[in-house]
Design a protein around this ligand. Structure first.
Ligand SMILES: NC(=O)c1ccc[n+]([C@@H]2O[C@H](COP(=O)([O-])OP(=O)(O)OC[C@H]3O[C@@H](n4cnc5c(N)ncnc54)[C@H](OP(=O)(O)O)[C@@H]3O)[C@@H](O)[C@H]2O)c1
Length: 241
């Protein structure tokens, strides 16, 4: 059975959760990784209830040790190779630079960029001959700086450059690296719970659909070696950009 490692999984109705459900439905054994075992278990339960296969691995994206353990578990559980690895961890970190603690800025970079490096390095080191798709989740922040979001913008921008360097460094070894720019809010639990008034005002049509996003990751995963895309950007028809 082919395997997928997906890191940065929160609620079922979030991008990480939706990616796990989608790739499990496509027949991959999904290693569901994130910080909260409670959230991971919910995703695994949903997958197994659907008759598909998943394993949860509690993983802090900023920990070298945890990431090594994640890939070790993936390698040693079941048969087959990891053919898909997705780095989806992210935490929006707003704030003015002049008012920001250095620790806050550094933590934003640790989750947004450094974890991507740890994750990619481990995936590449363990890659053998089968094709591997290594995908990263970006945001509007990946492409531009914005007042009040300097920490998040710089972390996501750095992650994108890391992904582009990896795409060039690893292509000949059969590793397809892709970066998905999520340009706008996602219609998921986080936005609905945290910003209900804003959601009521804007409505579902102004938020990016989880199914649309997972379609894009699946498209990247299925691409042939002689026609690879590095980057896809996704937004709603109402988004100003
Ligand atoms: N939500 C949006 O509107 C939006 C818009 C544009 C781009 N994005 C990007 O899309 C991705 C997914 O966002 P989402 O909002 O849908 O969330 P999600 O996929 O539901 O979950 C992403 C998860 O990353 C996790 N995370 C944060 N720090 C971590 C760490 N140190 N180790 C492991 N996991 C960690 C969070 O875990 P906890 O649940 O434990 O906090 C969060 O649940 C992120 O990369 C985000 O930047 C989101």
């Amino acid at each position: 059975m082919k395997k997928a490692v997906i890191l940065g999984v929160g609620p079922l109705e979030g991008l990480g959760g939706a990616l796990c459900l989608r790739f499990a439905r496509e027949g991959l054994h999904v290693f569901v990784a994130g910080r909260s075992s409670k959230k991971l278990e919910k995703v695994v339960e949903e997958i197994t209830n659907n008759g598909n296969v998943a394993t949860s691995v509690v993983t802090d994206a900023t920990s070298d040790e945890d990431i090594k353990n994640l890939f070790e578990v993936a390698q040693n559980t079941g048969h087959g190779d990891v053919e898909l690895a997705i780095y989806n961890a992210g935490n929006n970190t707003p704030g003015k630079i002049s008012e920001m603690d250095s620790e806050y800025f550094e933590n934003s970079w640790r989750v947004g960029c450094f974890g991507g490096f740890l994750f990619a390095r481990e995936a590449i080191r363990r890659h053998k001959e089968e094709p591997l798709s290594l995908l990263f989740t970006g945001a509007s922040a990946s492409l531009r700086g914005r007042a009040g979001f300097g920490a998040f913008n710089s972390a996501k921008g750095a992650l994108r450059n890391l992904a582009q360097a990896l795409a060039k460094e690893c292509a000949e070894s059969g590793i397809h690296v892709g970066h998905v720019v999520v340009d706008g809010p996602i219609w998921g639990e986080k936005i609905k719970v945290r910003y209900p008034e804003w959601v009521a005002e804007k409505g579902e049509e102004a938020m990016i659909s989880l199914d649309g996003l997972t379609d894009a990751y699946f498209y990247l995963y299925k691409q042939r070696r002689r026609a690879w895309t590095f980057e896809i950007d996704l937004r709603t028809s109402l988004e100003r950009w």
